[in-house]
Design a binder for this molecule. Structure first.
Ligand code: NI
Ligand code: MN
Length: 226
């Protein structure tokens, strides 16, 4: 599995033979100007919640690639009205796709569309393939529910956690989250894009290493291979 950071909360995940894109927000992110949105591949687009900074490029990429959406019922319905196919889920549920199993997990946040319409409840995902299991938290506060993930779903190889604070948990809470998740490898996301979420990278990495955890803050376009 290869996970490429495309800025903000956008990830490209390559499994053995499929590409999953998570929360595409490229054209609105000045920091990601070197990423060509029209060149992105996707078989599926996973959407954690309906906020602009998570859905901005969904329609463009879905139309370019024919990718199918995986999200909550309300978000899937919203894009179905635009002619885009999707698979609706809700919290606590899982589904076996052709690349692996997806679980839709709890998040503490909000989820309205940019026009104010209801975007369902926000979530996160656990993605399981034959060899790997990763958790993508979405925009969320630290939540005690995270403790359930390793015990009910299984041991994680990687947790992708927001670290930017203000709109989500910050570094200190993300360290605690990695403990709740019993996961030693963390990819930080949802930081630096706007003034409210700028972080000190060195301090963030130190806080994780003090807790004997490893935090990756990748440059945009950088990747981790599992
Ligand atoms: Ni949000
Ligand atoms: Mn966000």
């Amino acid at each position: 599995m290869k996970i490429t950071y495309l800025g903000h909360a956008t990830l490209s995940i390559e499994t053995r033979d499929k590409t999953l894109l998570v929360d595409p927000f490229i054209t609105g992110n000045e920091l990601a100007s070197k990423i060509n949105v029209n060149k992105l591949q996707a078989d599926y687009i996973l959407i954690t919640h309906a906020h602009q900074d998570h859905i901005l490029d969904v329609e463009l990429i879905a139309k370019n690639t024919g990718a199918k959406i995986i999200s909550n019922y309300e978000i899937v319905t919203y894009f179905a009205d635009k002619g885009i196919e999707g698979h609706p889920m809700n919290h606590g549920g899982k589904w076996n796709f052709d690349f692996g199993t997806v679980h839709y997990t709890n998040a503490i946040h909000s989820s309205s569309f940019p026009d104010g319409s209801y975007g369902g409840q926000p979530g996160g995902f656990v993605i399981e393939t034959a060899h790997h299991r990763i958790y993508i938290a979405g925009d969320t506060a630290l939540t005690y529910d995270m403790k359930l993930i390793p015990t009910t779903i299984g041991e994680l190889d990687l947790a992708v956690l927001p670290v930017g604070d203000n709109f989500t948990m910050g570094v200190k809470e993300a360290v605690k989250a990695s403990m709740f998740l019993n996961c030693h490898k963390v990819l930080g996301y949802h930081f630096d894009t706007f003034g409210y979420i700028k972080i000190n990278h060195k301090e963030a990495i130190q806080q994780f290493s003090k807790a004997k955890k490893e935090l990756y803050l990748l440059p945009i376009g950088g990747n981790i291979k599992l």
